[in-house]
Design a protein around this ligand. Structure first.
Ligand code: AMP
Length: 508
């Protein structure tokens, strides 16, 4: 049923009313949720949030474990016109404070285990309320909805209203909140549902976290827009996934999922016989992994390319040529070009910066108009910071990242942040952080350290970092060097460090 309300939830609602008792989510812990139950649970959450004083445009910051209730809280936030702000569960308290100060949410929802410290920090930073939500759905948010009505009139929104803010760290350290509008998300969701041929017969195996664009909306919106079913797993466990594949038809994942499946001796063509599609993104899928997967399962993994600032940019097709090593063609509503350092378009087969424009591209960075302006060319293209090549038939290949981003297990690690933490440790003179190719993580965070105190050990660097940084940011290896190689301008030559230490398993 078409809707004239630009609120993304209004589109989901119309589809959900038709889907009725069909199952939307089956959780790993045995809980299930139908489309009709999703409508009533989101209504109750929306009523509770409204009663707390959350209004359209207010931010709702959420740092909780994955659950169907967490997913409904996201949908309820959209439904009542507030802005959803997901936070990585790995963030430590000292990392959380920045987001509370920058985004100034009205409400923080955290795990019961973090409540004491998080609520104290939240009230110190002007956040009006802190509620809890546990992985089984219990907590103070649950207690609040007990007396709420299960009807809620979905807020009327404009296409350009912000639906989600997701933070993406800047190379210079300060995380930036990418503002995605209701129109951005709807256009991306519709394009992917069609391109990946989702239908109500699909069962989507979902083992991604809900705090990143990939798991939160790239995957889930396809299910909601096609009234299909999702199997929600709180983490990727290769044996469990292997056992569930005969019940699923589509899997979305990061490259690590595929290398781990290949490590399962029992994984073969029979395990994947019921599947129609395996999708990979968020980090480069090695051609070698793709070939091995094809050989073992009979499936070519469909690789796609995206980023927080625009969700999906390009994708290989569902039917048509899936080119190994390429991230496919621009999806409907998005244009891709390759440009030189002065934003001049380059021809096919030339390496340059990947630039994009279209209905999926974010509105801008939260409260950073200057930063937003810097990331767009004068003629309105967003500079992704990635380097790539377009073939004559418009297939895109990513050749590297202009920025020094390290992607470990699908998560972005910005070297600067880790370097600052290392440099502050006793016995360290200076450091540089690089990514080293790793079959399991895609890239392993690796630190190169200049010692001030000659008996400094790797453990003395790694152990204190574990208390300060999310675990995926903590270096897997530390190398010691007499001095960092630098160019004439004093910039550390990370390409030289990658040459020296870039082989997987290089001895410390
Ligand atoms: P994020 O904002 O966390 O989604 O990270 C976005 C970045 O991940 C992009 O700018 C790319 O550098 C990288 N990325 C995403 N998908 C792919 C892919 N299929 N191959 C290589 N890099 C990718």
């Amino acid at each position: 049923m078409p809707t004239n309300n630009a609120n993304l939830f209004a589109t989901f609602e119309a589809i959900a009313r038709d889907a009725g008792d069909a199952t939307l989510i089956e959780s790993g812990n045995g809980q299930t949720l139908s489309y009709a139950q999703m409508l009533s649970l989101t209504a109750r959450y929306a009523n509770a949030l409204r009663r707390l004083g959350v209004e359209s445009g207010d931010r709702v910051a959420v740092q909780v474990d994955k659950s169907l209730q967490n997913f409904c809280l996201y949908l309820a936030t959209l439904r009542m016109g507030a802005i959803y702000l997901p936070l990585n569960t790995a963030y430590q308290l000292n990392e959380l404070e920045y987001f509370l100060q920058d985004a100034a949410p009205r409400l923080l929802v955290c795990t019961p285990a973090n409540y004491l410290a998080a609520s104290e920090m939240a009230s110190r930073n002007g956040v009006a309320h802190t509620l809890t939500l546990a992985a089984d759905g219990s907590g103070s948010l649950n207690a609040l909805i007990a007396s709420e009505a299960d009807e809620f009139a979905t807020s009327q929104m404009q296409a350009e209203d912000v639906a989600i803010i997701i933070y993406t760290s800047g190379t210079t350290g300060r995380p930036k909140g990418a503002m995605l509008t209701h129109a951005n998300l709807l256009s991306n969701g519709r394009a992917l549902t069609q391109l990946w041929a989702f239908s109500e017969r699909d069962v989507l195996l979902h083992a991604l976290p809900l705090f990143h664009a990939h798991g939160l909306f790239i995957a889930c919106h396809c299910a909601l827009l096609s009234s299909s079913r999702m199997l929600f797993l709180d983490k990727f466990d290769a044996a469990q996934v292997s056992a569930l594949l005969p019940r699923a038809t589509v899997m979305v994942g990061v490259p690590t999922f595929y290398t781990r499946l290949l490590d399962q001796p029992s994984f073969d063509a029979a395990s994947a016989a019921h599947m129609r599609l395996f999708i990979s993104g968020s980090a480069p899928l090695l051609a070698e992994t793709s070939r091995e997967f094809l050989q073992r399962s009979g499936h070519i993994v469909l690789e796609r390319y995206g980023m927080t600032e625009s969700a999906i940019i390009s994708s290989n097709p569902c039917s048509g040529e899936r080119r190994i090593g390429s991230v496919g063609q621009a999806i409907a509503g998005v244009e891709v070009r390759i440009a030189d350092g002065d934003d001049r378009p380059l021809g096919c087969d030339q390496v340059g910066g990947i630039q994009i424009r279209g209905s999926g591209v974010m509105k801008g960075y939260w409260r950073q108009p200057q930063k937003t302006a810097e990331e767009f060319s004068a003629d309105g293209w967003f500079r992704t910071g990635d380097l790539g090549i377009l073939s004559s038939d418009a297939y895109l290949t990513i050749v590297g990242r202009a920025k020094d981003l390290v992607i470990s297990g699908g998560y972005n690690v910005y070297p600067k942040e880790v370097e600052l933490a290392i440099d502050a440790l006793p016995g360290v003179l200076e450091s540089a952080v690089i990514g080293v190719p790793d079959r399991d993580f895609g890239e392993a965070v690796t630190a190169v350290v200049v010692r001030q105190c000659p008996d400094l050990t790797s453990d003395a660097v790694i152990t204190p970092l574990k208390a300060q940084l999310a675990n995926y940011k903590v270096p897997k290896q530390v190398h010691f060097i007499a001095e960092l190689p630098r160019n004439a301008m004093g910039k550390v030559l990370k390409n030289v460090l990658r040459e020296l230490y870039g082989k997987p398993g290089t001895a410390a």
